[in-house]
Design a protein around this ligand. Structure first.
Ligand SMILES: Cc1ncc(COP(=O)(O)O)c(C=O)c1O
Length: 465
């Protein structure tokens, strides 16, 4: 192949020529082959694909005629600049204008949903339904099914060191829903502001804002959030933290800071909201136990199945201090029920049968392997990039030389790769103190992973090489 590029074409099995034409057109349309890309010679591509040279030449001719490609003597065949590819959406997690998913997706926030344990879930669902009492088909308790709350109490104590009594566990529709309930409960207690980390999920800030709460920020450093600044934030009656694995920066809250934030909560009557979104996925060191275990009376613990299973399940939980339980119950009383009782029973079965643990363990190995490949590939090919936040989770932060973040995200899009710049997660009042991309290495399917990594390396080599 003259240009040496591997086009990764998946030629559908109709007429070879028609199939190749469709595959090439799609690769250009999606932005996977950016404008100006030099294609292999027809002889080279034919050899690559094991088809006749005339077939490739005919497909090229057709695409030149349609305006997707250009062919010039001495310059070979290239992707036309006028081809206006409908690029991958980069930025908010939504499909592109044409509704097409990006060719490569490294947006942080998703697990590899192709690994969802469908057979295990089905078996658990069948068992759960067979055993379910009649009242499981009624509205049931607003706090969640007792079976699930009991199973969660055991699981969270065992895996995360959470001090959980089933009576203080509230099942909700993902951690996000838990935060909504909590925002309302805090408002009813006249809390005015919830401090948040300088980097975090914009949707969480939005939920607090919508709940009428201010969100003053805490700076972050190598030891996590500057909780020592909490006393300087007037009206902050609570603080939202990601102590085990700061989202998205990736540091664990330092033990002294853990002690300090609990001391702050105890001395002021404040609350700590602990978002333990990916606590099960830790690779190189002992798991950092939940902060909640240190002070169950001052910490609200939020957990979710969104990383270990799938966000589409919308199943999460809160462990609520006794003193706040009444307020949360009152809020839940006036909000619609949001979680299916049958899904709750299914999850309870997966937890009790240790199927959940098995799945988490298997996924941990896979994500760890991807993490290692990411670190090795970037070290070899983009040495100016620093990969941080790699001890845990499904994403890593790739720090870039100053000023390169936007260019990196744009260049990635030219390679058909959707990836977030870290500025997306920055609090609006926080100073822009770093340039980085947040690489969600958990997102692709196993077969898509290496190509996504390749696209990332190429994009970063172009901007930083
Ligand atoms: C920081 C953080 N918290 C929580 C969640 C999970 O939210 P939910 O359980 O509502 O899906 C995510 C998922 O992306 C996250 O990134």
């Amino acid at each position: 192949v003259i240009s040496g590029v591997d086009l990764h074409l998946d030629v559908p099995g109709r007429s070879l020529r028609a199939g190749l034409t469709i595959a090439l057109r799609e690769a250009v349309r999606s932005g996977r082959l950016p404008p100006g890309t030099r294609l292999p010679s027809s002889r080279g591509l034919a050899a690559d694909l094991g088809i006749a040279r005339n077939t490739v030449a005919a497909a090229y001719t057709e695409l030149v005629a349609e305006g997707w490609l250009t062919a010039r003597q001495g310059d070979g065949t290239r992707v036309a600049r006028l081809a206006s590819p409908q690029r991958a959406a980069v930025g908010p997690a939504r499909p592109s204008a044409a509704g097409l998913p990006p060719a490569h997706d490294l947006r942080a926030g998703l697990p590899d949903v192709s690994a969802f344990p469908r057979a295990d879930w089905l078996r658990a669902a069948r068992r759960a339904l067979a055993r379910a009492p009649a009242d499981a088909l009624t509205y049931g308790s607003r706090l969640g099914r007792a079976e699930l709350r009991t199973a969660l109490a055991g699981y969270l104590a065992r895996t995360r060191g959470v001090a959980a009594d089933p009576s203080r566990i509230v099942v909700c529709s993902g951690a996000t829903h838990g935060l909504m309930l909590l925002a309302a409960a805090l408002r009813s207690r006249a809390v005015r502001a919830v401090a948040v980390e300088a980097y975090g999920l914009d949707i969480h800030r939005g939920i607090l804002d919508d709940g009428g709460l201010e969100t003053p920020l805490l700076a972050l450093d190598g030891r996590g959030a500057r909780v020592d600044h909490l006393p300087d934030l007037p009206g902050a009656g609570a603080v939202l933290l990601t102590p085990a694995h700061q989202f998205p920066i990736g540091v664990a809250l330092h033990p002294e800071r853990r002690a300090a934030v609990i001391e702050w909560a105890r001395s002021t009557g404040g609350l700590v909201v602990e978002d333990d979104y990916d606590g099960e996925f830790r690779y190189d060191r002992q798991p950092v136990g939940a902060l909640q275990g240190l002070a169950p009376d001052r910490v609200v613990y939020l957990g979710t199945t969104s990383k270990a299973l799938a966000p589409g399940l919308r199943l999460g939980w809160m462990v609520v201090p006794d003193a706040l339980l009444g307020d949360v119950e009152r809020v839940k009383e006036i909000t619609p029920l949001t979680t299916s009782t049958l899904d709750q029973l299914t999850l309870a079965d997966m937890l009790e049968s240790a199927t959940y643990d098995r799945h988490v363990r298997a996924m941990r190995l896979q994500y760890r392997r991807r993490r290692d490949e990411l670190v090795a590939a970037l070290a070899a090919r983009v040495p100016v990039a620093q990969v941080v936040g790699i001890d845990a989770g499904l994403h890593a932060v790739v720090e870039l030389p100053a000023g390169l973040e936007d260019a990196a995200v744009e260049e990635a899009a030219r390679h058909g790769l959707a990836v977030y710049g870290i500025s997306r997660f920055r609090h609006p009042s926080a100073p822009p103190d770093r340039d980085a991309v947040v690489v969600g290495y958990g997102t692709p399917t196993p077969s898509a992973w290496s190509r996504a990594l390749e696209a990332l390396c190429r994009a970063l080599q172009t901007v930083a090489g």
